[in-house]
Design a protein around this ligand. Structure first.
Ligand SMILES: C[S@@+](CC[C@H](N)C(=O)[O-])C[C@H]1O[C@@H](n2cnc3c(N)ncnc32)[C@H](O)[C@@H]1O
Length: 229
């Protein structure tokens, strides 16, 4: 990963290469660095969809399949889509998996009941076309649940979180996996728009009931919304 934050095609290449490289140890590092809180966050994301059993859900940027497994356990019918062959190859799920770009989905208009996306918004080149693509493939009334990292609002928590993500996580990541990838993790938060801007982007793309909920003291966030009828 370059030290500067890449943009455009350079970002796509860098992000794909980074996830290909860290795929074999991705789950292990995730569980350690979040103290397994990520498992709880994914479960909450799936239940917040509130979809009927059998509903078809695209899990975008599906990675190693954690959200797909959670969706299957809830009786939903997930399809995982990810850019990185390495992550797809390391995936542990029985859901169908497709290599593809979340900004150009190989899916017909208004055919999908729900979308999940875990910890990938900051990895996308642009969020406006992403939300437009979600609005295109989702049927009216469909639900989205997007997980992302966040910055805690409490100053003490924010300080502790900055030290942990900025200093401790890169060391853990470096020992178990790839140091430059886990240095990129805290820096990539800079790609995320402010919460109100994010809410506006989602609303403007054609969603209603846009809700943002902070998780575990604000170290993560869950954004949910409904495709406008
Ligand atoms: C931090 S991982 C999250 C994986 C999984 N969602 C989870 O919750 O563990 C980010 C994932 O986004 C994928 N990704 C990045 N850009 C993408 C894009 N444009 N389209 C699809 N997947 C993308 C990466 O390959 C990687 O697997």
């Amino acid at each position: 990963m370059p030290d500067s934050l890449p943009e455009g095609d350079e970002k796509v290449t860098a992000v794909r290469g980074m996830f290909d490289a860290i795929a074999p140890r991705y789950d292990l590092v995730n569980r350690i660095m979040t103290f397994r809180l990520d498992v709880r966050w994914r479960r909450l994301a799936v239940s917040s969809l509130a979809l009927r059993r059998g509903s078809v859900v695209l899990d975008l940027a599906s990675g190693t399949g954690d959200l797909c497994r959670e969706l299957e356990s809830a009786g939903l019918a997930p399809v995982g889509i990810d850019l990185s062959y390495g992550m797809l190859a390391a995936a542990r799920t029985t859901a169908p998996l497709v290599q593809g770009d979340a900004l150009r989905l190989p899916v017909r208009n208004r055919t999908i009941d729900g979308v999940t996306c875990g910890f990938a918004l900051r990895n996308l080149v642009d969020l406006e076309p992403f939300f437009a693509e979600l609005a295109r493939v989702l049927r009216p009334g469909a639900r989205i649940a997007l997980l992302e990292v966040a910055t805690p609002p409490n100053p003490v928590m924010r300080w502790g979180h900055a030290v942990y993500f900025g200093k401790v996580v890169p060391v853990i990541g470096g020992l178990i996996s790839d140091a430059s990838a886990y240095r990129y993790l805290p820096r990539s938060v800079a790609y995320l728009p402010e919460p109100e801007q994010m809410r506006a982007l989602i609303g403007d793309a054609g969603f209603v009931d846009v809700d943002r909920r902070l998780l575990s003291g604000g170290v993560a966030q869950l954004i949910t919304a409904t495709r406008r009828p």
